[in-house]
Design a protein around this ligand. Structure first.
Ligand code: TYD
Ligand code: MG
Length: 450
């Protein structure tokens, strides 16, 4: 006997209702609700009854033996490699390079583990062409071109790999549901079935999902709370740099980044990323700051262009830092350095457009602005670190030690920082010229003298 179950699901946010509405009650989007019909057979769920609770003390904590993704940068973002049985969601815009990175990774992993790559978007021949271009070698890599979830599950069970890759979740479908592949309910239903399979059989699962910046393909977004690890693959069409960024990680810290370059022959890891976001030129309007991304310090240039405005509302644009941050820094400059910022247009761009979230970049932004405005290059071969308080003071920054170490490693001669603890000062005083300042005025006097 089969029975029809109907629910109405918002394709934007995934909210379920039992009747149709023109406007979603949760996210207020119009015409986003679609009827989803699920035919439920009288299939008996085979419930295993061999599990029972055990005393907590009896559990021995064996260290998780992760396996490498084949890329050091990828491993870092994963928290040290792939945890067996974990579910990883790799999201990113179409065309950014998700299939490329997983195929390269699959090849490397297959040298020591059994890997099954399920291609639901491309044919076997297309994947082969890509493979040849990537110049990979493999051992235990199996490939399966299929879009039907039941067949995919059967194959995963048959092969029983250490890692199964689904490329992509939007292209597969559960034939018991009438909605089309890629709809929120298909994406969710397929993922949860795959996840159960992975957990029961201790198979790591890497699910690829297309996500667009404007959220037009929202399906994978609704999976974020289901999976163990969420990684975004970012970049733009202009530069060849690609960033892996962990957004959620049950097995490691978040906001780790891994940096790659897309070349003709695939993705290559960048071992010394500070070198790609800095230019080491000494021109007015450019400073270098050192930010913290996850566990890693990274030197990034901050460029400012400040011009007299011809508008009643001066223009302010930013690439790589938030516009609100710029407004705040301009207000602090106006009040505590005594410069009428309302008379100037101000444009800020970070090196390579790298997105900086660390507030300790404030000082670099402020000095870049003032350097451009005064047309004086900042102190040569220097780096600026510190968060600007609203009263003009330069506040402590997180992880100052690792940031100063990075400056030393990069051969930077001068570093302008907030007041340091004595131990830290003593540690570095012979390695780099340290200028400790307590407010923006002191920083300007020191680094922008004519
Ligand atoms: P792809 O991995 O297919 O993207 P996604 O799976 O995220 O949709 O990457 C496609 C882009 O990458 C395409 O524009 C071509 C480029 N590319 C290279 O530059 N070099 C390569 O070796 C490969 C395989 C792709
Ligand atoms: Mg792809």
């Amino acid at each position: 006997m089969s029975r029809k179950l109907s629910t109405f699901i918002c394709q934007n946010c995934g909210t379920e209702t039992s009747q149709y509405f023109g406007k979603c009650l949760n996210c207020n989007s119009w015409n986003s609700i679609v009827e989803e019909i699920k035919r439920k057979g009288s299939k008996q769920q085979d419930i295993k009854n061999n599990k029972k609770s055990i005393p907590f003390n009896e559990i021995t904590s064996k260290t998780i033996s992760r396996f490498t993704s084949g890329f050091r940068e990828f491993d870092r973002v994963l928290g040290g490699g792939i945890v067996p049985g974990s579910v990883i969601l790799l999201g990113g815009e179409p065309g950014i390079g998700k299939s490329t990175i997983v195929l390269q990774s699959a090849g490397k992993i297959s040298l020591s583990e059994k890997v099954l790559y399920i291609t639901a978007e491309e044919s076997l021949e297309q994947v082969k062409i890509r493979w040849e271009r990537l110049n990979q070698s493999s051992k235990d890599l199996k490939i399966f071109a299929e879009t039907n979830l039941s067949l995919i599950i059967e194959e995963i069970k048959r092969i029983n790999p250490s890692l199964a890759i689904i490329d992509s979740i939007q292209a597969i479908h559960n034939h018991e549901m009438e909605s089309s592949p890629g709809s929120v309910s298909q994406v969710r239903a397929c993922s949860s079935e795959l996840q159960t399979l992975a957990k029961e059989n201790n198979i790591a699962l890497l699910i690829i999902g297309h996500v667009t910046k404007d959220g037009a393909l929202a399906g994978p977004k609704t999976l974020e709370h289901l999976v163990d690890t969420v990684i975004n693959f970012e970049g733009d069409n202009i530069s060849s740099h690609r960033l892996l960024r962990s957004i959620k990680n049950r097995f490691g810290s978040t906001f780790e980044i891994g940096i790659f370059e897309m070349l003709e022959e695939g993705l290559r890891e960048i071992k010394n990323p500070s070198s790609i976001f800095t230019n080491k030129e000494n021109t007015s309007g450019v400073t270098t700051t050192i930010t913290n991304e996850g566990s890693r310090p990274l030197a990034v240039d901050i460029q400012a262009l400040v011009n007299k405005t011809f508008y009643s509302n001066p223009r302010r644009t930013t690439t790589g830092i938030s516009i609100n941050r710029l407004h705040q820094i301009l207000a602090v400059i106006e009040k505590h350095v005594g410069i009428k910022s309302s008379q100037f247009d101000c444009y800020i761009a970070t090196g390579g457009g790298f997105e900086i979230n660390d507030p300790s970049s404030d000082l670099g932004v402020a000095i870049s602005i003032l350097s451009s405005l005064k047309n004086i290059p900042p102190l040569a071969n220097s780096s600026f670190i510190g968060e600007l308080g609203l009263s003009g003071q330069v506040r402590k920054s997180n992880n100052l030690r690792t940031k100063i170490e990075e400056a030393v490693r990069l051969g930077i001669k001068n570093i302008v920082v907030p007041k340091l603890e004595e131990e830290l000062h003593n540690n570095f005083q012979n390695l780099i010229n340290i200028k400790e300042i307590s407010n923006i005025k002191e920083a300007v006097d020191y680094s922008l003298s004519e």
